[in-house]
Design a protein around this ligand. Structure first.
Ligand code: NAD
Length: 337
């Protein structure tokens, strides 16, 4: 039995907590917000995100961040934007032996750093891993068989997380390519938003398949330019997460994209859906692609829709009528992709 604290009482944090408690671990869930904890205590569930899923009574709920002290595992389930702040708060109390696992998908706004970089900078004495892959909270919390990847630059840490968190319905693979896993998990949100736009415009399965396939290609092009292994993008944190996010109504990114495709303004779509990490990640990916000179046509078009007022209908011609390409040769006719 491990002593685990989950920081964040949202959908994903709580689904991990429920799974860990059911596996017999000693589990505490922290939220910065008293009302979130009160609502779970009062109803025994997180009605807004996981209706009908009971939180086991053994799960301890707290708003006291000093509870990170004396834990084997500290797992972050906080949206990217707020990760650094929460890590810095927790760093005041955490013991150096605790292993920290970040589950947030995205890059830090402004610095464009990955979540493992942010975590390591904020908690320099701790060993860090990230957990990523196709894992909707709504299914994880209900014990639906799920596979995921743990990545760390310390293999011992990966094996510890794999051994501690694996169970009959939760299978964890180890991958040493931390940057590849993080970029796959972050950038799939951009393509999921675009897939939603595609659905909202009423386009077909052919178009969606094209978008997903060419999407993973541009994600991997950027990833390779940043030092990732190409194989990673064919795995759970790459194509695996892309499939689940582009095809499921659980995906907030896809739902926001659908609204945009139906004519709702991007700002309003994000407002209606809530946390849409692909929105800021589109800006981040756009910036990175320009900084590194990597061609990312889908990201480019989505950026124009989200931030420059382009009509989503106009993106189809822009993508379909690009210069003719060879699918796989990198330098075909002198082009990068
Ligand atoms: N939902 C999923 O299926 C899923 C799956 C895998 C990974 N993730 C990742 O997990 C992270 C959390 O997602 P979620 O779906 O649980 O989100 P959520 O919106 O349901 O919950 C977010 C949690 O973060 C907390 N939070 C928000 N603002 C905060 C602040 N300023 N300071 C401290 N805490 C704050 C909230 O109180 C809440 O407890 C995201 O980065 C997401 O990419 C989610």
């Amino acid at each position: 039995m491990a002593k685990i604290i989950i920081l964040g009482s949202g959908g994903f944090g709580l689904s991990i907590a429920i799974m860990c408690a059911n596996a017999g671990h000693d589990v505490t869930v922290w939220s910065k917000f008293r009302d979130e904890i009160d609502a779970i205590e009062r109803t025994g569930e997180l009605k807004a995100k996981l209706p009908g899923v009971k939180v086991p009574p053994e799960v301890k709920l707290t708003t006291d961040i000093s509870e990170v002290r004396d834990k084997d595992l500290v797992i972050l389930g906080i949206p990217t934007t707020f990760c650094r702040g929460v890590c810095e708060e927790a760093a005041q109390y955490i013991q150096s032996e605790s292993i920290v696992v970040n589950t947030a998908k995205g890059l830090e706004i402004g610095t464009l750093k990955t979540m493992s970089e942010v975590t390591k900078e904020s908690m320099p004495k701790n060993r860090v891993a990230i957990l990523t892959g196709p894992s909707h909270a709504e299914e994880l919390a209900r014990g639906v068989p799920t596979t995921i990847v743990v990545a760390s630059d310390d293999r011992e840490v990966s094996y510890y997380v794999q051994n501690t968190l694996s169970n009959a319905n939760f299978r964890i693979y180890v991958n040493d390519d931390v940057i590849g896993c993080e970029l796959g998990g972050s950038l799939k949100n951009v393509i999921a938003l675009a897939a939603g736009v595609c659905d909202g415009l009423g386009l077909g399965d052919n178009t969606k398949a094209a978008l997903m396939t060419r999407g993973i290609r541009e994600i991997s092009a950027l990833g390779i330019a940043m030092g990732a292994q190409s194989d990673t993008f064919g795995g759970l944190s790459g194509i695996g997460d892309l499939i689940v996010t582009c095809c499921s109504m659980h995906s907030r990114n896809r739902r926001a994209g659908i609204l945009i495709g139906q004519g709702v303004s991007p700002d309003e779509a994000v407002e209606r859906v809530g946390t849409v990490e692909g929105y800021t990640c589109t800006k981040n990916a756009y910036e990175l692609s320009h900084r590194l000179g990597v061609e990312m046509p889908i990201t480019e078009q989505l950026y124009a829709v989200l931030f420059e007022g382009l009509d989503p209908k106009m993106t189809i011609a822009a993508l379909m009528q690009r210069p003719k390409k060879n699918e796989t040769e990198k330098d075909f006719l002198g082009e990068s992709k």
